[in-house]
Design a protein around this ligand. Sequence first.
Ligand SMILES: C[S@@+](CC[C@H](N)C(=O)[O-])C[C@H]1O[C@@H](n2cnc3c(N)ncnc32)[C@H](O)[C@@H]1O
Length: 338
Amino acid sequence: MSGEVNGLSTDDDSTWPELKLPELLYSDAVRQVHATIEKEWGFLQRSSCQIAAGRALWNHVIHDPLANLLAGESYLRNLHEKIKKDRLNNAREISGVVLAVRTLWFDSRLEEALNSVNGREAQVVLLGAGMDTRAYRLSCLKDSDVFEVDFPEVLQAKATLLQAAKESTYEHRQIMSKAKSLTRVAADIRENDWLEKLQTSGFLPEKSTVWILEGILYYLTQSQAMQVLTIIADKCTLTHTALLADFMNKPSTTLSNSIFDFYSDWPDHLLPSIGFTHVKLSQIGDPDAHFGLLNDPLNLFNKLRSVPRSLQTHPDDGTPCCRLYLVEASSSSDQKSA
Ligand SMILES: C[S@@+](CC[C@H](N)C(=O)[O-])C[C@H]1O[C@@H](n2cnc3c(N)ncnc32)[C@H](O)[C@@H]1O
């Protein structure tokens, strides 16, 4: 195959080589964890491995050497097959491209937030952290206490997989946290005690904080998501608070078989209404949200960007306008930060 797909040169098949899995995936300890994930976990928890598979297979743009181990063989094989089919069909959007763009967007916005005057030494909280490895990947976290919040079984499986990697020769250097500290907090953010659990684990409410809500809000109901967002927004009056989050719009959650619930068509109106003062919204494909991966003007995301956001169906073909918004919000910089 040759040519250009979404800005990625496809002349070079090494971009998508045949799937080669690390030996460590076949060790007893690692096999056992992934067997449990497949047999016993629900879809919420399993979504963490799907996302890790995306980062593993887009490793020509995302450097996440632990992603293979955390994703597990079956998620890697599934996504690899989809990518193979997309390439054979000359698809305009290759499976996983949204995950790749989303990861790169969160990485870049996090780095910028931590480099800003208010962000220096800020704490970083990842709600629904799943198999995220930013604490191991990003040196911009060197002065930050990082908190990963997720269900206990997800955090336990992650810790066991990382420990197995530490005990092997596998990418040893990659298993050193780059963050000042890393604390895993087992909590269900639908319950009303997650903030208390975070505080018991060392989170300081009065200290500047960057909150990362990546791939999590739409798994919650409208009231659960609003409760989480309001708890975070309430911190705006206390200290410098930055929020990085992705939001689905209504058509994205109302497709048949959708497992998603919370949506917002106007997060740039919603967040100021609960206390954020600065909000910037990007759509996948925008200049700050394509990273050279979505150059074809006819791909789905670029076509959507020219349609007014108020429209729920595309005027050309009546298809639903399914959008994913990438949103950064913060409290006023003249408010006190600790
Ligand atoms: C799609 S994954 C995203 C993981 C991670 N943010 C990333 O981008 O790699 C969603 C994560 O949210 C977690 N999650 C979903 N509902 C949750 C809840 N109510 N409380 C805590 N974690 C939750 C899941 O276990 C899963 O790890």
